[in-house]
Design a binder for this molecule. Structure first.
Ligand code: MG
Ligand code: MG
Length: 272
């Protein structure tokens, strides 16, 4: 059942989302060759608790850590470990936080030092596909409209759209209705209404869309071992239109990047 949120609840959710946004911004400076994902995980857990929230993934479905960290050919749900990152890697970091009973949940794929131009293009197109999808998340549209838009944009660039993992409604539970696949057919699926909050999260493979699940029960990699990227935002429908609750601006500030990509999804300028 879809549970739309009222204005107050959306403001509470914005706070939870921004704690995750700030956590990813803090991590942006730490993602570099030689650092281990377990070190990043510890920093993130401390940071989230210091902001009066609790890590959203820790213990959820028995997940053992604060961050899902998925380098290179890993798609999502990777478990932090002691392997140092290397120059040229990419690292998807997915993070959740729970505060005032509501969850924030979003993800960004970072470059570790210098990466190949073709890998950078995968990151750029995957992030752009996220905004292509968000543009369709408005009152009266349906789940299939978002999925269709993301799939078409992604496949037009020759990339594979992961089928087995999807975005989702967000609220007092990390995963609420509806499921938000990154593929689909226009006009199909549940209808979007005012106050809905979802996490839209394209997972895009450079090669085949097919994946394999590892024996640890969590790690998922591409079947052809080519890289995979993951970008996720938390979005509400306010006055019929998509409004971002999360932001990548803390990441951009840390990395010295200028971007106005979020402006169309924000009523008021974000104050960092
Ligand atoms: Mg996530
Ligand atoms: Mg999610």
């Amino acid at each position: 059942m879809i549970k739309p949120k009222n204005k107050e609840e959306i403001e509470i959710m914005r706070e939870s989302a921004l704690i995750v946004s700030k956590t990813l911004g803090m991590l942006a400076k730490e993602v570099k060759p030689g650092v281990t994902t377990l070190q990043l995980d510890k920093l993130a857990e401390e940071f989230i608790r210091d902001h009066g929230a609790i890590p959203g993934f820790l213990g959820l479905y028995d997940f053992p850590n604060t961050l899902c960290v998925s380098p290179n050919s890993q798609v999502v749900h990777g478990i932090p470990n002691n392997t140092p990152l290397e120059e040229g890697d990419i690292l998807s970091i997915d993070c959740g936080a729970l505060k005032n009973e509501f969850y924030g949940d979003h993800a960004y794929t970072f470059a570790v030092g210098e990466i190949l131009p073709e890998t950078q293009k995968l990151l750029d197109i995957t992030k752009e596909s996220l905004y292509v999808g968000i543009r369709e998340f408005k009152a009266g549209n349906r789940v299939g409209d978002v999925g269709f838009a993301i799939q078409k944009f992604t496949e037009d660039h020759g990339y594979g759209v992961v089928r087995e993992l999807v975005g989702h409604g967000l609220g007092k539970k990390m995963h609420e209705d509806p499921e938000m696949p990154n593929y689909g057919r226009r006009g199909r699926g549940k209808k979007f209404v005012e106050g809905m909050v979802v996490a839209i999260e394209p997972m895009t493979n450079m090669g085949t869309h097919k994946i394999k699940q590892h024996r640890d029960g969590w790690t998922i990699t591409t079947l052809d071992n080519k890289p995979s990227a993951h970008f996720e935002h938390d979005v509400a429908i306010v006055d019929g239109k998509p409004e971002l609750l999360s932001t990548f601006q803390y990441i951009y500030e840390a990395l010295g990047i200028q971007s106005n990509e979020e402006d169309e999804f924000r009523k008021q300028p974000l104050v960092l």
